[in-house]
Design a protein around this ligand. Structure first.
Ligand code: NAG
Length: 320
């Protein structure tokens, strides 16, 4: 049972079998309040992104590569938040902060895989905008349905072997000092902090993987946008410029949100004691994009607004 496990951990003789996610445990009086806030956030992420998936699947006008990628991206956002938020909610509700070794490993693995998918899918979407604006005549040729499916499947699968390897590497480290993870979910750096052996090799491999799966996509996205913006600036009419830019501005905002919050989260100084701000930041990074993604697209995109209107009308009329 749980008691036995804790005694074993407490004596330091055996290695850790479960972790305690400290989370927001210092905010004793606000557990219910936090539960409410996170529940609202999670439900709004599910509804917002769920609606986007629905309209991109149902409406023929949205059966284009751009919305195919976008629908899949919304699906990814649901998966991504479902790795962390349900667990955070349960912990707040039950006041039980323990997480088994295996659950923690699975959580980290999915977090890494879906994180890499997110970077790659955002790159695919940037490439799609690049072809739309810079090579419009070749668009149907380049973005055939087969290519779109291949790009999406590639985004989902490329990270899998690498991230399973990373997770295996992290969890084969000896954890013997403490099992108290000072975070709200099993993230890689808080875990490395607890390891009681040399972590320089794995730290190096984390940076290599970050360069491959975060930096490279980011550079490719920037490159696409440099080309997109130079092309737009050369367009003769202002309406043309406006139309072209409004196509990709939603995506650009999502890119800035995602990479911006990720950079803020991971570039904070490692040495200082991670406080409440750090935890809020690490949550920010996992929650902000999924939450604002549907809003940004629905507020800025006429096709999506039209489709949502039709959907709501249909729902309204069928419920009467
Ligand atoms: C998104 O793509 C993945 C990988 O191809 C697939 O498994 C998933 O069902 C897709 N989701 C949606 C909503 O299209």
């Amino acid at each position: 049972g749980r008691k036995v496990k804790k005694i074993m951990v407490g004596t330091n003789l055996t290695s850790v079998v479960e972790f305690i996610l400290l989370g927001f445990s210092d905010l004793h009086n606000f557990q219910g309040f936090l539960f409410g806030i996170f529940l609202i956030i999670y439900v709004s992420i599910l509804i917002g992104n769920g609606l986007i998936i629905l309209v991109t699947k149902v409406f023929r006008a949205l059966h284009t590569p751009m919305y195919f990628f976008f629908g899949n991206f919304s699906f990814l956002e649901i998966c991504y938040t479902s790795v962390t938020l349900p667990n955070i909610l349960t912990n707040l509700w039950t006041h039980d902060r323990s997480i088994s070794f295996l659950t923690c490993a699975i959580q980290l693995c999915f977090l890494l895989i879906l994180g890499s998918t997110e970077c790659l899918l955002l790159t695919v979407m940037a490439y799609d905008h690049y072809v739309t604006i810079c090579k419009p005549l070749y668009y149907p040729l380049i973005m055939s349905h087969k290519v779109c499916v291949q790009l999406v499947v590639g985004s989902w699968t490329t990270g899998i072997p690498v991230m399973i390897g990373q997770t295996y590497h992290v969890f084969s480290l000896p954890f013997c000092d403490s099992n108290k993870l000072d975070d709200v979910f099993c993230d890689i750096f808080p875990l490395l902090k607890l390891a009681c052996s040399d972590i320089s090799v794995i730290e190096f491999s984390v940076y290599v993987v970050a360069v491959l799966f975060v930096m490279t996509p980011f550079i490719l996205i920037i490159r696409s946008y440099v080309k997109i913006i130079t092309t737009i600036l050369k367009l003769p009419s202002n309406t043309g410029k406006y139309k072209a830019f409004s196509t990709c501005s939603s995506h650009l905002i999502v890119v800035i949100l995602f990479f911006g919050s990720a950079t803020i989260t991971y570039s904070r100084p490692k040495s200082n004691n991670s406080g409440r701000t750090d935890k809020i930041l690490s949550l920010l990074y996992t929650i902000v994009t999924p939450m604002f993604n549907p809003m940004i697209y629905s507020l800025r995109n006429k096709d999506i607004i039209e489709a949502l209107k039709k959907l709501l009308q249909w729902l309204g009329s069928s419920s009467i």
